[in-house]
Design a protein around this ligand. Structure first.
Ligand code: HEC
Ligand code: HEC
Length: 288
């Protein structure tokens, strides 16, 4: 019987914990999100716009030359990619220096954001350029593996995000753009580690971008049971309760059936207490 319970529990577990069907790479070709410099305004005009926007919205905390202040860190040498991530995700500008950066609609359109990022990058060399992500040849199924291994521990396998230690949390990845994913992976914002090309190659980055933007973005559930994407621990408990409940019901049903078969065999009633048990197989009498 314990073996039966284990088998039944394993069978149920495989239903509840089945990995979300890894998306097929054969799905419709992904739109390429390669950034082209052709659409950008002329370089001097872009720098002038970036400078104006930086002076008005950022310099009060980060300093006139982005050198940092008592209120906010130095931005020199971070590169356009990091600045683009922080501005496009709405984390910056902060309303006040002590508030937590949270995702909100960006204050700036794409041209303005690139102008700010380009201006900050022009102040000092180095850092991460705004990455180009070509997901046309990406394999989202491979991306799922990369995600499960490197990202799910913090962002959860559903991408819903989760609380981390010390009151920190990894945000939900619903609705992030391809460029934001690449920028986050390569720059490691806040408490997220930075992944270099040694850990996540260029191809793997394209794969994980394809996976996140195509399969996490959709709030519809890609597999298993929709439990609100509450995370593996809570889902595990639900699975456990339902699974154990079913096992108990099955055990009761089997027990009930055995009893009826037994009574049928012995012509109806059980032997009265104290009487010698017939040499049958009444399970309630121990034959020693
Ligand atoms: C009210 C003050 C304030 C304003 C205004 C502000 N920032 Fe920030 N910024 C901060 C603080 C504080 C941090 C550090 C936040 C953290 O790490 O949690 C920060 C962090 C950043 C970072 C990440 C730095 C790093 O080392 O990773 C970038 C990039 C950034 N800000 C860019 C900008 C840009 C661009 C603007 C203008 C559009 C801006 N900020 C406006 C206060 C401000
Ligand atoms: C150690 C935990 C951790 C791991 C591992 C991790 N992240 Fe993050 N991630 C974070 C945290 C924390 C933030 C928020 C940073 C902030 O607010 O400053 C974040 C932010 C992001 C963002 C930006 C979200 C937004 O709202 O714009 C993206 C995209 C992202 N992560 C993708 C990934 C991907 C893809 C991986 C795997 C390659 C990954 N992360 C691995 C903790 C993690």
């Amino acid at each position: 019987m314990p073996a039966g319970v284990v088998v039944a529990a394993l069978a149920l577990a495989s239903v509840f914990f089945a990995p979300r069907r890894a998306p097929s790479a054969a799905a419709a070709p992904l739109p390429s999100t390669v950034l082209t410099a052709a659409t950008a305004p002329s370089r001097t005009a872009q720098l002038a716009l970036g400078r104006t926007l930086f002076d008005e919205n950022c310099s009060s905390c980060h300093g006139a030359k982005a050198q940092g202040s008592a209120l906010a860190p130095n931005l020199r040498g971070l590169g356009a990619g990091t600045v683009d991530l922080w501005v496009s995700s709405g984390w910056m500008p902060l309303a006040n220096p002590t508030s937590q950066p949270i995702r909100k609609p960006s204050m700036f359109d794409r041209t303005q954001t690139e102008a700010i990022a380009g201006y900050v990058a022009s102040l000092a060399p180095g850092g991460l350029p705004i990455p180009t992500v070509d997901v046309a040849g990406a394999n989202a199924a491979q991306g799922f593996s990369v995600f499960a291994l490197n990202c799910a521990p913090c962002h959860t396998i559903t991408g819903a995000g989760d609380a981390l230690a010390d009151g920190l949390s990894a945000p939900s990845l619903h609705g992030v753009t391809a460029i934001q994913v690449a920028e986050a992976v390569r720059s490691g914002p806040g408490n997220m580690p930075r992944f270099g090309t040694f850990t996540i190659s260029k191809q793997q980055l394209a794969d994980v971008v394809a996976y996140v933007t195509r399969h996490i973005e959709q709030p519809s559930n890609p597999g298993g049971l929709a439990l609100g994407g509450v995370g593996p621990v809570a889902e595990g408990f639900v699975g456990l309760f339902v699974g154990v409940g079913l096992c108990v019901l099955i055990a009761l049903w089997i027990g009930d059936r055995n009893e009826r078969e037994d009574t049928g065999e012995h012509g109806g009633e059980h032997a009265p207490p104290g009487a010698a048990a017939p040499p049958g197989n009444d399970p309630e009498v121990a034959h020693v």
